[in-house]
Design a protein around this ligand. Structure first.
Ligand code: PEP
Ligand code: MN
Length: 260
């Protein structure tokens, strides 16, 4: 549980940056975005292939064909690839397509049966597994998710703080509830924690500020939704930034690394 070595495979002196669209939409969109992100500080390209929509009727992801686009993007750009997995069948396909990083979505972390199924499907894997916080503000459910993967002998673990649902109207799409993430860090001090400012804010304007707040709390990296044409994105249009805007954000972030 205390293994942070996987982070060192990336540029250790910088926060890890994962970026890419909320959803893979077309081959062209995936390849264009990935090419715009190569030769930047981005190390890992993200794209949702299976999308857990809150209500039916929306775009639910392109499915398996998207994994082929990601393989092509990886071969052409050298970026590592990340997708969300929610079932054992997703895991099997992602592994068959050589995906490097698998993340567990906030709607999956809430369900111990689903997490257990994923942990068993991933048993002993060397892949990087990132566990998003559950949608509801429940520290133990988040901890339990990570513990299930750890008990399945999965060593390259990390977590993503993506904020928490609330029925109250706030300026955030998902309330950060920073204290829950801080408490989580106290429980697992060596587990890398990334910020997901896209799903916390729900809008482009606050991405920089929330990411900076996380870096000031010594987070290890970020996952930021990035789209070549955000206004026309098939999911989460309001919160995605262009690759150029992402590069500006990255260059403006102040990294105050704790020295030991
Ligand atoms: C996503 O990353 O696009 C996503 C669906 O995230 P979350 O599980 O945080 O809602
Ligand atoms: Mn999204």
């Amino acid at each position: 549980m205390n293994d942070t070595n996987w982070l060192k495979n990336f540029n250790d002196s910088q926060p890890l940056i994962i970026a890419g669209p909320c959803s893979a939409e077309t081959e062209d969109q995936v390849l264009k975005t990935a090419h715009e992100l190569k030769n930047s500080k981005v190390s890992v390209f993200r794209a949702g292939i299976w999308k857990p929509r809150t209500r039916p009727g929306g775009f639910e992801g392109v499915g398996e064909i998207g994994l082929k686009w990601l393989q092509k993007a990886k071969a052409e750009t050298g970026l590592q690839m990340a997708v969300e997995v929610a079932t054992a069948a997703h895991v099997k396909l992602a592994l068959e397509h050589d995906i490097d990083v698998l993340w567990i979505g906030a709607r999956t972390t809430v369900n111990p049966f689903a997490v257990q199924e994923l942990a068993e499907a991933l048993q002993n894997t060397d892949k990087i597994i990132l566990v998003k916080n559950p949608v509801n503000p429940d520290l133990k459910l988040w901890m339990g998710g990570v513990e299930r993967f750890s008990q399945a002998n999965i060593k390259n673990l990390g977590v993503i703080h993506r904020g928490f649902s609330t029925y109250e109207k706030t300026k955030y799409r998902n309330n950060p509830e920073w204290q829950i993430a801080i408490d989580f860090k106290h429980k697992f001090p060596n587990l890398p924690m990334l910020i997901d400012p896209s799903h916390i804010t729900g809008n482009r304007e606050m991405i920089f500020q929330v990411t900076q707040e996380a870096l000031d709390l010594n987070y290890d990296g970020m996952i930021i939704e990035t789209h070549i044409d955000p206004d026309h994105a098939w999911s989460d249009a309001a919160q995605q930034v262009t690759p150029n805007r992402l590069k500006e954000i990255i260059s403006e972030l102040v990294i105050r690394k704790e020295t030991d």
